[in-house]
Design a protein. Sequence first.
Length: 193
Amino acid sequence: MCRFWTYDVFYHPAIVQGQYDYLMRMDDDSYFSDKISKDLFVYMENRKLDYIYRSTYFEPSPAMDPILKQHTNETVSNVACIYNNFFIIRLKWFYQSKSVQNFLHDLMKDNLMLRQYTGDGCAHAAMLKVDKEVKAEHVTDIPYGHNHHLTPAGQSGWGFRHVPSLHEDLDKRCRELRVLRGSGGILTRIDMY
């Protein structure tokens, strides 16, 4: 999965042949916990952004660190990773950035990501770090959640807030649309019958 969201998805025939401008990831257990006031694709286009993400987290990535150091000439320590269960990337940037492609080539060499754990969120953060020309933005005004990790508008990282009613209703996921409003954990159910 980590290799897929770092590399393989970008070369999947559906993506390559589709000639898309952007790729957005939003996992099936992710959700917007309230309304979003802007079209994110229009926002990216207007601001000429290559990459947007919602949250960050910290995770050591010792297998990737020597490669990142080689591509940045910086000592690597405690790099903030992108919580990339939600992100949007401009595909042209991904394919045309020589620094990103060189970094990924080295990261994929000898199946490093399959042999030694390297998180895809850390790899995405590294891609932004190796390309000095990238136009990326950490958008904090999107109320977003992934599973039990909620990130209310204005908060940069995720926090754990247990919402029992959401977890208890997972078996109804094909029959109901559930919307979690705000960080207060108010759950709205809409029948899908």
